[in-house]
Design a protein around this ligand. Structure first.
Ligand code: SF4
Length: 177
């Protein structure tokens, strides 16, 4: 089954693509992550994903436009609920791209992370699927999170130290007094 897989970075792609292939999916990875800040970090994660795609000969579509302004406009004044806007933005674009390219399924590597809100991601994904007459792949990838980190080390992929947005970069270092 052809699946357009929103992919946030190289490490998350490793186990996710392996596991989904075992489940009879043929994933095409799709890099669309306007949440990632700063630009050089966005580029590093893109490059590491490209290395992985080359290594494994997997199809990859890159959304070259860096829509940081749109991401910030959506999240400003909603900083505490920003993850919902972030998931919505990335899944919406993926679903529309899947529709445009004739994929019946779409999904996201965000479902590998134990730090993300699986219920929220799945509810957004299912709603979009219903609206666009697509299927959302809600496989729980979290049991493979450690393995994905191990594979990333083996493949010498860049491993990021924070989720992606400027707020998560701040929270990595700064603890409010
Ligand atoms: S913490 Fe992660 S999921 Fe939440 S808004 Fe920031 S980049 Fe997006």
């Amino acid at each position: 089954m052809d699946l357009l897989l929103h992919t946030c970075c190289g490490p998350c792609a490793t186990y996710s693509t392996l596991y989904l292939a075992q489940k009879k999916f043929s994933p095409t990875m799709y890099y669309y992550n306007p949440n990632i800040h700063p630009y050089k970090e966005w580029e590093k994660r893109k490059d590491s994903l490209q290395s992985f795609a080359g290594l494994k000969q997997l199809p990859l579509i890159i959304e070259e436009e860096y829509e940081l302004s749109e991401f910030l406009q959506r999240t400003v004044f909603h900083e505490h609920e920003r993850c919902g806007f972030c998931y919505q933005m990335r899944l919406e674009k993926t679903a529309l791209k899947a529709k445009e390219l004739g994929f019946a399924w779409f999904g996201t590597t965000l479902l590998i992370s134990p730090y993300q809100n699986r219920e929220l991601i799945c509810s957004i994904g299912r709603k979009l699927a219903q609206e666009l007459n697509l299927s959302f792949c809600d496989e729980d990838l979290r049991p493979g999170f450690r393995k994905s980190q191990q594979l990333a080390r083996e493949f010498e992929l860049y491993r990021q130290g924070y989720c992606g947005c400027i707020y998560s970069e701040r929270d990595r270092y700064y603890k409010s007094p």
